[in-house]
Design a protein. Structure first.
Length: 149
């Protein structure tokens, strides 16, 4: 997957604003419940986080959203250097895509764990490639949802 400039959060101009994201997240409904506030990216992370509870399975997980592009994923926990990817609930995908049709990208566990090649990085800015090399980042998930500082 060829990565677009800014996906790491460096050299980035977001393709959406927070109001658009909040509007998308408003579509989350039963059996999913949003818990707590939307957590914004900070100086060492490039993603938004929203805690979700699945009322059917009684499981809690975090919905991650890249800060530059509307790329979504699900993880078990929100510990920055220990993001454990899980499969994206199909019903949740349908809910999110109602607002923006198909303009969001949903990455499942298998995609997030894929190794990236040098060819995948050709569109990135110099500082992005330096960060990827410095942190010895190998998988797509580690780049799209990173804690570079």
């Amino acid at each position: 997957m060829k990565l677009q400039k800014g996906i790491t959060g460096f050299e980035a101009n977001s393709s959406f604003d927070q109001e658009q994201l909040v509007s998308i997240l408003k579509n989350i409904r039963k059996p999913f419940l949003k818990e707590g506030d939307l957590i914004k990216p900070n100086e060492s992370s490039n993603f938004y986080q929203q805690k979700i509870k699945d009322e059917k399975s009684k499981k809690e997980f975090y919905l991650l959203i890249n800060s530059t592009y509307l790329i979504f994923s699900c993880v078990e926990n929100s510990r920055c250097y220990d993001l454990r990817c899980i499969d994206f609930p199909i019903e949740l995908i349908s809910q999110l895509k109602q607002e923006v049709n198909s303009s969001i990208i949903v990455l499942d566990r298998k995609e997030l764990l894929q190794n990236v090649s040098k060819e995948d990085l050709t569109e990135l800015g110099e500082s992005e490639v330096k960060q990827i090399n410095y942190w010895n980042t190998k998988s797509l998930g580690e780049i799209v949802f990173n804690c570079f500082d």
